[in-house]
Design a protein around this ligand. Structure first.
Ligand code: HEM
Length: 506
């Protein structure tokens, strides 16, 4: 009998066989690997992606799942198996006791595009290139967080901010735009040595570009999570993402070229110059060409610092302002300390930090309460690993519920209350070592390299703002709490809802 006839005669059976095969494959695809942490049942193809399409904050969702399945639970996001760590003991066990196993980063389409094929620090997988790259980035950043360099960077922007605030006295103003511009200018100064005017149209262009990028990205692209989509042509949204990334990078490339053409080793002007100096050293050590610290890596490092530095510092300051307005009794103690130590005749300096324990403790509590890096950056497991009795295969994605840790009742007394005293000794005059469950900058090999820079910058901006100005709720809207999470930003929201304040000068 001819093959065609055989198929025709048994078409029904064949179809049934194929459908059964597909169903079995899809089912198998949703089964957890042996020894894997438990979690909610996953749907074929998309897994538990719908968990993230909720109007509930992600740390609540994770908290709920942890109660149901245990503090180490798993999810399936498209083709990725993910484990979520909710307990500080587990996070420490993973990141401190098994530092290399938990130091990877997942291979996501979006981050691959944004980092020109993983040439940056933050999204590149663990390995010798990343190690060396991080060391160089760290050294360059340390340079700007030390001595009076950071003071000067921030002081340089103050006249522009003062102008905007002075002309807003008595009016209702959303300080978010002011903070956005403030921090963008500080970072642009550090990275590119550029002193932008507060109303510079380029800043407005940057904000528009970033807003568009956020809209295109949302919670990630399907291609990030479903491996089989990688072989299909790009969708219009993916093309748009690439165009936006290229548009942003065009500016950074132009700056890089300008810096390289005018580079003087005796006059390191900014982060770009520091990295170009490191690049030249690397080239001398390795022969005639820079094998490791390529131009793309230099550009991507600057891009990383700019993105990481603005995306976290801005919401932290926004929380700080909202919290101070909601807690006048705390603000009173803070302003008393600012008045006593800094006064009105000079500008705040990093050297004041040691003499201002209450303000420092308040800012640490802002870091805990605001928890702007809600789940940190996604990690991945670099090798097959045994962890707390579970078997975690290589490349499993790992998410840390950092905000959940900061609101864990087992570690924090009344976690929903804002209490700077948590970080002070009984006399209230000396800082204490923060508890192990205080992890705003994460811990371990991939912890934030901008921690000192960020803390210093936030301290300077905060002391200047509250030393010179007062902010009050808009009359008639006093009962509206400013401490509500802006859920318009989705379940990963990390800043308060937009609010207006009445500005007055001291
Ligand atoms: C309040 C401000 C900030 C917070 C709360 C914060 C928090 C974090 C967190 C949680 C991570 C992820 C760590 C992990 O994967 O375990 C991170 C990574 C990182 N941060 Fe920050 N950050 C802040 C400011 C900054 C600043 C100002 C810079 C640079 C100018 C910076 C540069 C980076 C970089 C480059 C990484 C990636 C490190 C790596 O993958 O090796 N951050 N940050």
């Amino acid at each position: 009998m001819a093959v065609a006839e055989l198929i025709a005669e048994n078409a029904g059976t064949l179809l049934l066989f194929l459908v059964t095969l597909v169903v079995i494959l899809l089912y198998q695809n949703t089964r957890r690997p042996t020894g894997f942490p438990p979690g909610p049942p996953a749907l074929p193809i998309i897994g538990n992606v719908l968990t993230f399409r909720s109007s509930e904050p992600i740390y609540h969702i994770f908290g709920r799942l942890a109660e149901q399945y245990g503090r180490i639970f798993s999810l399936k996001l498209g083709s990725f198996w993910v484990i979520v760590l909710n307990d500080i003991e587990d996070i420490r066990e993973a990141l401190i006791k098994q530092p290399i196993a938990f130091a990877g980063r997942p291979n996501l389409y979006t981050t691959q595009i944004a980092t020109e094929g993983f040439q940056d620090i933050a999204f590149t997988d663990y390995g010798p290139d990343w190690q060396l790259h991080r060391k160089i980035g760290n050294a360059a950043l340390r340079h700007f967080a030390s001595g009076d360099k950071l003071d000067k960077l921030v002081h340089g922007v103050l006249p522009g901010v003062a102008k905007v605030l002075d002309r807003s006295v008595g009016k209702a103003l959303d300080l978010k735009d002011v903070i956005d511009r403030f921090i963008y200018i500080v970072l642009a100064n550090m990275c590119y040595g550029k002193g932008y005017d507060f109303d510079d149209p380029l800043l407005t262009e940057w904000f528009a570009l970033n807003k568009e990028l956020q809209q295109v990205l949302g919670g990630g692209l399907p291609r990030d999570f479903i491996h089989s989509l990688k072989c299909l042509p790009l969708t219009s949204r993916e093309k748009q993402l690439k165009e936006l990334v290229d548009k942003g990078l065009e500016f950074v490339y132009k700056e890089f070229k300008g810096h390289r053409d005018t580079f003087d080793p005796n006059n390191i002007r900014d982060l770009f110059d520091s990295l170009i100096a490191a690049q030249k050293e690397d080239a001398e050590e390795t022969g005639s060409k820079a094998e490791f610290l390529t131009d793309v890596r230099v550009i991507q490092t600057v891009n990383d610092m700019f993105g990481a530095g603005t995306g976290t510092t801005i919401p932290t300051l926004y929380w700080a302002i909202a919290i101070m307005i909601e807690h006048p009794e705390i603000l009173e103690r803070v302003t008393k300390e600012i008045d006593e130590v800094i006064g009105q005749d000079r500008l705040p300096s990093l050297s004041d930090r040691g003499s201002m324990p209450y303000t420092e403790a308040t800012l640490m509590e802002v870091n805990r309460y605001g928890s702007v890096s809600v789940i940190g950056l996604p990690k991945s497991v670099t090798k097959d690993t045994t962890f707390r009795g579970f078997t975690i295969p290589k490349d499993t994605m790992v998410l840390l519920n950092l905000k959940g840790v900061h609101f864990d009742q087992r570690h924090w007394d009344e976690p929903h209350q804002f209490k700077p005293e948590r970080f002070l000794d009984e006399s209230g005059t000396h800082m204490i070592k923060p508890p192990a469950s205080f992890v705003p900058f994460s811990i371990g090999r991939r912890s934030c390299i901008g921690e000192n820079f960020a803390k210093g910058e936030i301290f300077l901006v905060f002391c200047w703002l509250f030393g010179r100005y007062s902010f009050a709720k808009v009359p008639g809207r006093e009962s509206e709490s400013l401490l509500q999470l802006n859920m318009d930003l989705g379940s990963f929201a990390n800043e308060p809802k937009p609010f207006e304040v009445i500005v007055s000068k001291k």
